[in-house]
Design a protein around this ligand. Structure first.
Ligand SMILES: Nc1ncnc2c1ncn2[C@@H]1O[C@H](COP(=O)(O)OP(=O)(O)OP(=O)(O)O)[C@@H](O)[C@H]1O
Ligand code: SF4
Ligand SMILES: [Mg+2]
Length: 345
């Protein structure tokens, strides 16, 4: 097995042009700003952040559903950003996506059998048009996600949210992708259905060796699935690291605030945890703050934070963080700030 990353995203920037009409001046919204990360084969990388932090835009740029303003996306050695037409279609089977709302992503007028078979037909994997063979393949795919042949001749409206998400996953694995992008794929489900789908994903990953780019606003969900975590804020990655390090000793005050919102089942640990609720709202990407984008909401903000964008620095235990506390003040990772530590001036 190659130790080269399956997915390599470098300096990805995505912008939207707004306005330009008679009354609205033209403005550029930078939704993703110089983001770099990689996903190894068979690995789950979670991308986590509040609403509007750019998670879906990253996913859509990786999927080539929109054009980046800058940066590159390599999948399995191919530079996706440089491909188009037939060359791009040829690599598409390696990369599949599951969305939050499986109802709107499943065509309500089609039978489940046709929905799951569609990618096989489109990519010419329907074995010379042999309908019986295609039916058997669809049945096998449905069995892999815990559904049966009895479900093939039904319509999406006949299924619960969890079952619809299983159907979306069956369709996504039909072409045996190497990477599945899951954008809030369990966010609309109740907790017990969420757990069933997460178990299914884990089981599929073990059996097939595929990797996941798992996007969520909820660190509590991510805790159960991620090997590594990337935290996004206002279109940038502010902290990355192995899941054990992020959950055991995070280094960015924003990560700490997100973590403090995750319910802790152990009451003793819950009491010991310093609760740091997030104050205020994520700023508009049309008017990003100077310096560190988190400074207006950060309990540890220093003068330098308002002036200078922090660079990423390595963190003990793996990964990196973009925070001046790493270099200018008392550190967070591995040496938590005590409750009585004065906030630096
Ligand atoms: N098509 C678009 N046109 C203009 N602005 C957009 C467009 N898509 C996203 N944006 C803006 O880009 C920023 C990032 O949006 P994005 O949907 O990627 O965030 P997100 O992290 O996925 O949020 P959520 O958790 O709500 O799904 C937001 O400010 C959003 O308003
Ligand atoms: S750089 Fe400063 S404002 Fe930004 S997260 Fe770190 S301490 Fe807070
Ligand atoms: Mg989103």
């Amino acid at each position: 097995m190659s130790d080269r990353p399956l997915l390599e995203v470098r300096d990805l920037t995505v912008q939207f042009q707004l306005g330009g009409g008679l009354f609205a001046p033209k403005r550029t919204l930078t939704a993703v700003n110089g983001v770099s990360f990689e996903v190894m084969r068979g690995e789950t990388l979670a991308i986590v952040g509040e609403s509007g932090s750019g998670k879906s835009t990253i996913a859509r740029a990786v999927m080539r559903l929109l054009e980046p303003a800058a940066g590159t996306v390599h999948l399995d050695g191919d530079n996706l950003t440089a491909l188009s037409g037939a060359a791009l279609r040829a690599v598409r089977p390696k990369l599949q996506m599951v969305f939050q709302d499986p109802y709107s992503s499943l065509d309500p007028s089609k039978l489940i059998a046709d929905i799951v078979a569609e990618p096989l037909v489109v990519h010419g994997r329907a074995r010379g048009g042999d309908a019986a063979a295609l039916d058997r393949t669809v049945q096998t795919l449905l069995e892999q996600v815990g559904l049966g042949a009895v479900h093939m001749n039904r319509y999406p409206y006949e299924f619960s949210g969890g079952q619809r998400q299983r159907i979306a996953i069956a369709r996504a694995i039909a072409l045996e992708p190497k990477l599945m992008v899951l954008d809030e794929a369990v966010s609309a489900l109740d907790v017990s259905t969420q757990n069933q789908i997460l178990n299914l994903l884990e089981d599929l990953r073990t059996r097939t060796g595929m990797a996941y780019l798992f996007i969520s606003h909820d660190l509590g969900v991510v805790q159960h699935v991620a090997d590594r975590v990337a935290i996004t804020y206002l279109g940038r990655i502010v902290e990355t690291g192995p899941a054990a390090r992020i959950f055991g000793s995070c280094a960015h005050p924003y990560t700490q605030a997100l973590l403090s919102a995750v319910p802790e089942p152990n009451p003793r640990r819950q009491r010991a945890r310093r609760h740091q609720p997030l104050a205020g709202e994520i700023p508009s990407p049309l008017a990003p703050p100077s310096g560190c984008p988190f400074h207006a909401r950060c309990p540890h903000a220093m003068d330098v934070c308002r002036r200078e964008m922090p660079a990423h620095t390595a963190v003990d235990g793996g990964g990196s963080v973009a925070c001046h506390l790493q270099t200018e003040g008392p550190r967070l990772a591995g040496k938590p700030l005590a409750a009585d530590t004065p906030t630096p001036p």
